[in-house]
Design a protein around this ligand. Structure first.
Ligand code: FNR
Length: 340
């Protein structure tokens, strides 16, 4: 299909389902077990309703967002996802270049098809990227991964903490995808502090799923936290990031002031992004949609970025919000969704 027939982010998945082979598609699409958490991560957004304000001057909407002192053009980013090579031979290079052209953040996965240094090499002048890190059992490899990320010029590390062991991924396992992981199941908050001492880069735990862990991260002085259930690929029936954000908002709202909060999971529309921002999240990631968009190569990735920027701008105007930082929970009605 022609790229200009893609009008909304879910359209990319429809194309992927038809055009990828079933094994590769299943790897991208899989959730854990019965995929209840996967489905809920999409559907839950509809349960939070928006409360627009009227008669507000919305002539100029700015989506500009600062992340750790770096300026970006939008509050969303490309979440780390492994094996971009399944859709395109240029794999992560397209994602990095499109993020540079659109001035959004990209954080490649340690499980990328391309090498860390190859991805860094296509960065535009001044382009800021973060990098994801898995905790390897092999401590020599682990230290070397950290050094390579730093040496290649990445500006932050998302260390994945929701993957002590591979999830029970029924869908992908039907096609023989490896079910083992190199992640160290002994990694603790103490190890997290040791990791921070190994690098000058900010290290952000990715996969925080409860108010307890959010508070522990703040107590450890984490410069940021990343609310995520790994795209519902790890533990079925775990909470969607929207629910995690509500849990934190209701029980320890200060977390959103004391540390920089990232989140991802099930984000497919401009309104999804705005709901997370209203709860106090500062930057919102998308995983699968960007992987599917790479079927069209770099242009496809850029098209997704344009669609989402456009939707956020239209939605913000209709909400009566000219500046995203004005958003707070007064724009939401999440009445029945009270968590925990
Ligand atoms: C992922 N995700 C992921 N996370 C991570 O920390 N390291 C990784 O290597 C991967 N790999 C990966 C591969 C694929 C194919 C997917 C779909 C996801 C999880 C990812 O960062 C993110 O949390 C979710 O994808 C967000 O959910 P959505 O946007 O896919 O619904």
């Amino acid at each position: 299909p022609a790229l200009d027939s893609i009008k909304g982010i879910p359209d990319f998945e429809a194309v992927a389902r038809r055009h990828m082979n079933v094994s590769d598609y299943s790897y991208y699409r899989t959730g854990a077990a019965g995929e209840f958490a996967y489905r809920r991560s999409l559907e839950i957004f509809d349960q939070v309703k928006l409360r627009p304000r009227t008669l507000v001057d919305v002539t100029n909407i700015s989506l500009n967002t600062t992340i750790f002192g770096h300026e970006f053009s939008a509050p969303f980013f490309i979440a780390p996802a492994a094996r971009a090579g399944l859709t395109h031979p240029r794999a992560e290079l397209n994602l990095a270049e499109a993020a540079g052209a659109g001035n959004i953040l990209y954080a490649p996965s340690l499980g990328s098809t391309k090498r860390i240094e190859e991805i860094a090499a296509v960065a535009a002048p001044g382009q800021v990227m973060f990098h994801q890190l898995y905790v390897s059992r092999n401590k020599t490899k682990f230290a070397s991964d950290v050094k390579r990320i730093e040496a290649a010029g990445f500006k932050g590390i998302f260390v994945t903490v929701d993957n002590p062991i591979h999830g029970a991924r029924t869908r992908e396992s039907r096609y023989g995808w490896p079910s083992t992981t190199d992640s160290d199941p002994k990694f603790t908050w103490e190890s997290y502090q040791e990791l921070r001492n190994m690098t000058s880069l900010p290290v952000i735990p990715k996969g925080i799923q409860s108010v307890e862990d959010a508070l522990l991260a703040v107590k450890c002085g984490a410069p940021g936290i990343y609310l995520s259930n790994h795209g519902a690929r790890q533990l079925d029936t775990s909470q969607s990031p929207l629910e995690i954000a509500i849990e934190i908002y209701e029980n320890a709202p200060e977390v959103f002031k004391e540390t920089f909060v990232f989140a991802d999971g099930g984000v497919r529309y401009g309104t999804d992004v705005l709901k997370l921002l209203a709860l106090g999240v500062k930057a919102v990631g998308l995983g699968r949609p960007f992987m599917y968009s790479n079927l069209f190569g770099r242009q496809g990735v850029e098209h997704l970025i344009d669609i989402l920027k456009e939707e956020i701008a239209l939605d913000a105007a209709n909400l009566g919000v000219a500046e995203l930082k004005q958003l707070d929970t007064r724009w939401l009605n999440f009445g029945r969704l009270s968590a925990y």
